[in-house]
Each structure stands twice: as structure tokens, then as C-alpha cells.
Ligand binder design. Structure first.
Ligand code: SAM
Length: 278
């Protein structure tokens, strides 16, 4: 029988966040595929586990991915871990899951730490509808296209960012979304210096002109205001009044009915209808 790929989430800064189920999956796997084996060995040491490790990361994912799939087909169970958080969310796990799914292998995931969701939850911004945007490209053209595509986005947006790129990103945000848009900058989540800064884009640009960005960041950006629903114009209201009059209603009754159906205040419509008659 073929084996299973298990996505095992790891702490994003606090070792206490490894769950008993995640530890059990690591202990029970035949081997562990890790983004950086040096990082994962620290976690395994913390858990008192010794397991065979293979590396699976951006630059070896084609050959390593194919080898992992062969081992799974032969019946082994593989636990996939990345440096931090949920594998496959803005890290190389995504491709391995696709490979396994294409090969008809079972993929399962243990829920656990994810920087994006942790930041969204404490952002203070609307959480009902959101989009995950990951890292912005360093390529100027695709970065610009990505940001332009979000100009009218009304859902809350989640971005990952590295400290050395934060200032440029805040500048680009301000140019794209304007100075008054609200942002929550979440840094060092679950760590000693965890911080959630809630401000406008211009305040954030100003703040980081004199403060050096430190640590890892998740940026939660408020979506654009929804354009106010345009109600019917006064002209449309008057047309309705005219039609109702033609059906035999008095001016007073026609105004009352038209006002109810199109939401224009009775007095406004009545005065406009009177001045039209004059
Ligand atoms: N798969 C991971 C997850 O589930 O969150 C994300 C991997 S991605 C390569 C790494 C990025 O996640 C960092 O650059 C940062 O934007 C964010 N991140 C990870 N840990 C964080 C933390 N403790 N505080 C703030 N952001 C963090």
C-alpha cells in the first residue's frame, strides 16, 4: 500500500507551539522532508527525536520531490516540515503536495501555526473576508502589476515581508493605496518582542523613517471602501411621479408612492415635482 505525505506545522517563534499531534506525526513518520535540515534538527532535538531527514527546498525541489514521491509509492510515510509555520503556505511545500496529488498519493495536514492567520486575528481589521497575497515580487514590473491589481480590493489583504524590504514596500503601498489607508504591522509573532502596530500608511512610512525594521513581518492592509450604492436620481424619481400621475394618482399620492419605492425623501420629491409644474 502506498504511504502518506503529512504536512506538519512547526512553531513560528515559540517552541511551545508544537502540538502533541504534530510531534506524534514526526515521531511516527518513516522519514522527514525538511526545508532546512539544520533548522529542523533543532526542533527534533527539542522533542527528543532522531529521524532520517531529507532536504526539500526551492533549489532541489524537482529531484528531491521525485525521490520523495517514489518512497511514498513504495509505502513509506513522509512528514513534511518547513522552517516555520504551515508547509505549503509561501514555502516550497506547495509543489510537493501537487506532485503527490498528481501521483494519486494521500496527502494529509495537521493544523497549526501560520503567521498569516495569527496576524490577521490580532490585526483589529475586518476578518470576515480576506485575501492572502504572500510576498511581493522583487521584479519591478510584476510587483507593480500585483499592486495595481489590488487597487480596488475591498477585502483585507495579508502580505509577508522581510525587514530589509519593509520600507520600500510601505512606500509602494502608500503610492498605490493612499496615505490614509489603515495597516497593522505584525512583527515577531509569538516571540519575546511581538508587536502589532496599528496605523495609517503615512504614519507607518513616517515611523520607519526613524525606526529600523527588525524581525519578520506580516502586513495586514485594510481593503478599499466599498463605493456607496448609487440610489435612483431625482430625475428618475420625478419620472415615476409622472407615470403614477398618468395612472390617475393625485400629486400627493404619486409622490408618496414614488418616494417609498426609490428612497428619495417625500419633501424633496414633492418640491421638485411642484417646481416642474410651475
Ligand atoms: N509557511 C509559513 C507560515 O505558515 O506562516 C510562512 C513561510 S514564509 C517563507 C516566511 C514569512 O512568514 C516571513 O518572511 C514573515 O513574513 C512571516 N513570518 C513567519 N514567522 C513570523 C513571525 N513569528 N512573526 C511575523 N511574521 C512571521
Amino acid at each position: 500500500m502506498a504511504g502518506t505525505l503529512i504536512l506538519v506545522p512547526t512553531p513560528i517563534g515559540n517552541l511551545g507551539d508544537i502540538s502533541p499531534r504534530a510531534a506524534e506525526a514526526l515521531a511516527g513518520a518513516d522519514f522527514i522532508a525538511a526545508e532546512d535540515t539544520r533548522v529542523s534538527i533543532k526542533l527534533l532535538n527539542h522533542l527528543g527525536l532522531k529521524k532520517p531527514l531529507v532536504s526539500y527546498y526551492e533549489h532541489n525541489k524537482v529531484t528531491s520531490g521525485a525521490a520523495i514521491v517514489e518512497r511514498l509509492k513504495a509505502g513509506e510515510t513522509c512528514a513534511l516540515v518547513t522552517d516555520a509555520g504551515t508547509p505549503a503556505i509561501s514555502d516550497p511545500g506547495e509543489d510537493l503536495v501537487r506532485l503527490c496529488a498528481e501521483a494519486g498519493l494521500t496527502v494529509t495536514a495537521i493544523p497549526g501555526p501560520c503567521a498569516a492567520i495569527t496576524a490577521l486575528a490580532i490585526s483589529g481589521l475586518p476578518t470576515g473576508r480576506f485575501t492572502f497575497e504572500g510576498f511581493l515580487s522583487i521584479n519591478k514590473k510584476s510587483r507593480r502589476e500585483h499592486l495595481d491589481s489590488l487597487r480596488n480590493e475591498t477585502r483585507t489583504m495579508i502580505f509577508y515581508e522581510a525587514p530589509h524590504k519593509l520600507i520600500a514596500t510601505l512606500g509602494d503601498f502608500q503610492k498605490t493605496f493612499g496615505p490614509d489607508r489603515q495597516i497593522t504591522l505584525c512583527r515577531e509573532l509569538t516571540k519575546l518582542h511581538e508587536e502589532a502596530l496599528r496605523m495609517t500608511l503615512s504614519q507607518a512610512v513616517e515611523y520607519y523613517s526613524s525606526t529600523e525594521p527588525r524581525g519578520e513581518y506580516v502586513l495586514i492592509l485594510r481593503g478599499a471602501e466599498r463605493p456607496a450604492e448609487e440610489g435612483p436620481s431625482l430625475e428618475e424619481g420625478l419620472q415615476q411621479v409622472q407615470l403614477l400621475r398618468q395612472e390617475g394618482l393625485s400629486l400627493k399620492d404619486a409622490v408618496k408612492q414614488a418616494s417609498r419605492s426609490c428612497g428619495i425623501p417625500k419633501n424633496t420629491l414633492y418640491e421638485a415635482a411642484l417646481s416642474q409644474q410651475a
